[in-house]
Design a protein around this ligand. Structure first.
Ligand SMILES: NC(=O)c1ccc[n+]([C@@H]2O[C@H](COP(=O)([O-])OP(=O)(O)OC[C@H]3O[C@@H](n4cnc5c(N)ncnc54)[C@H](OP(=O)(O)O)[C@@H]3O)[C@@H](O)[C@H]2O)c1
Length: 289
């Protein structure tokens, strides 16, 4: 049993912290900017709530975060009353936010200045993956810190991998998002075409999902796409945040991502349709409007 803090009890963080307490049996302290959520979590799971990230991190062996973006992450770590004010020497900070590789490197250096460790550990698997404790976790950092953190992370994961030095977890998550962007657009075009051709979409997907076109998105999203239902899942606003990070990194490393850049603009169209919180599969909606 370890002393663990969790910062950021959103859609993802709330159940992940729950698994650390229940499955992991760890001693949990939680912090959330909106204090009521932390109170609700503590009532449900029986941990301690902290008034600030600094208060939460004080004396812990492992400190987790899962907040929105780079600036949110800076604010809860190196900002005023941030976790790095109190993080103890030897502690491991594990960040589950989808953020840039740049901020991961910056926070790795800041943690090391306190003789602590930093691992970037973005996740894939969505809300259901977090609730069921079956996320894929892509890590970047030092091997010794990762070896210590891995069994703790594993309570909310199906797969935990060290991809390389700090930032490699975020770079791997970027590849994940690149692969999803073009694929979802392809799936949207396929369903759109099938409807125009007058075919039974359910029947079509039932057959082609068993062949080379099959994918997680096809399996898990075709029914709701066919029904025009998008009020769930991974929000378009979050996807645009992720693609922004991807395209900035590509400008730095020279990668050519024409389809990803185009799909990013298609997501801007979805936002203009009022679909900021719609699932990423809503790319079909702009073809049907
Ligand atoms: N949802 C998904 O399916 C999914 C899948 C994979 C990865 N992710 C990534 O995981 C991260 C979290 O996603 P989510 O869906 O859990 O988001 P969310 O429900 O919006 O939760 C965000 C959390 O961060 C906190 N926060 C945001 N800005 C903050 C700040 N400046 N200071 C302190 N706390 C702050 C929020 O506090 P309040 O409660 O006070 O707002 C909330 O606890 C994002 O980076 C997202 O891209 C999400």
């Amino acid at each position: 049993m370890a002393k663990v803090a969790f910062i950021g009890l959103g859609v993802m963080g709330y159940p992940m912290a729950g698994h650390l307490k229940v499955r992991g049996g760890h001693e949990l302290t939680v912090y959330n900017r909106t204090a009521e959520k932390a109170q609700k979590w503590a009532t449900a799971f029986g941990g301690r709530t902290a008034a600030t990230p600094a208060d939460a991190a004080d004396g812990q062996d492992f400190v987790f975060s899962c907040v929105g973006n780079d600036d949110d992450l800076r604010s809860v770590t190196i900002g005023k009353d941030g976790a790095f004010e109190t993080i103890k020497p030897g502690a491991v900070f594990i960040d589950n936010t989808t953020a840039s590789a740049e901020v991961a490197r910056e926070l790795y250096a800041a943690a090391h200045a306190k003789n602590a460790h930093f691992i970037d550990a973005p996740v894939s698997g969505g809300q259901a993956g977090a609730e069921n404790g079956v996320l894929t976790v892509m890590c970047g950092g030092d091997e010794d810190a990762f070896d210590r953190a891995k069994p703790v992370i594993a309570v909310y994961a199906r797969m935990v991998g060290l991809m390389g030095p700090v930032g490699a977890g975020q770079l791997t998550k970027m590849i994940n998002q690149i692969c999803i962007a073009g694929l979802v657009q392809g799936l949207a075009e396929g369903i759109h075409f099938g409807k125009k051709a007058g075919l039974d979409i359910e029947k079509v997907i039932d057959v082609i999902s068993k062949g080379a076109a099959g994918s997680w998105q096809m399996e898990n999203r075709h029914k709701t796409m066919n029904a025009g239902k998008y009020d769930f899942g991974f929000a378009v606003d979050w996807m645009r945040k992720d693609l922004d990070i991807v395209l900035a990194e590509a400008r730095r490393n020279g990668a050519k991502l024409p389809v990803t850049a185009l799909v990013d603009q298609f997501y801007a169209d979805i936002q203009a349709l009022g679909g900021n919180r719609w699932d990423t599969s809503s790319l079909l909606a702009r073809l049907e409007k």
